[in-house]
Design a protein around this ligand. Sequence first.
Ligand SMILES: [Zn+2]
Length: 302
Amino acid sequence: MATPAQLAAMRRAIALSAAGLGTTSPNPPVGCVILDPQGRIVGEGYHERKGEAHAETQALAAAGTDAEGGTAVVTLEPCNHYGRTPPCRQALIDANVSHVVISMIDPTSRGEGGAAALRAAGITVETGVLQDEALVVLGPWLTALETRRPEITWPYLITSVGIGALPDATPEADFLRRNADAVLQTDGTVTEAVPGAHGTGILELAVPAGADALSVAGCLYEGGVRRLLLRGGPNLAVPFIAAGVLDRVLAYAPEGIPSHRPTDFLPWPELPPGFTVTGAARTGGLVRIEARRDQAARQVAS
Ligand SMILES: [Zn+2]
């Protein structure tokens, strides 16, 4: 059982991991907190970019010798392979931590990840701690891993003349770009959502001419994209809706639309068919409705 100090540290680690959203792909956003034997926080870290230090390495560097006999609290199973950086499980072993508390097991480790190696080195390891909360940050990365395509979001603006792209020069559009990897434009070009955000993490953004929505999604996944924004109107988005690969829409409409607003010219009054409202907010003169694609038929109470 995780202690109250470990649970509090895990929530801090989840918050730290969110600082890597939009920059770590194709790596996961991960956070780590080091507790000393008395349960005090002595180090924190998160993974910022592919090729740069992992969360555990950052946190251990901050903790120094205070990590000895302490606990590492980390949102994803520490890695067990030599890549661009040495494996984090070895850094944890070398730092003489006594316990490691993990939220999500890395599905790519197939039981041979850092957890097994840490246990073999005599460290107590607890897994599955606050998984639902860690998934708030890691969910899109894990889903992309399963489906072999990015999580795809389409923000759009409903006006009195139709549906179009959310204008770039708005705080909302900026907010969305900062939490995404790449943007697909109407002309088929793909750009990094925030130029330079990934360093060399996203290497290949070319989409073959004439590719359908499904192959575009697969192609971008192979290029390292885990969260994609569509920038355009229905002409761009409808093929993704039809292929069942549009995950989320954000529908914006100006506040104060008159109640007699005609909607005949719109392809749908608010949301494409098959999408369920998951959130609503007022934001800078706009009303935002957030919706997700239905995952399965819902039970209707009678
Ligand atoms: Zn690592």
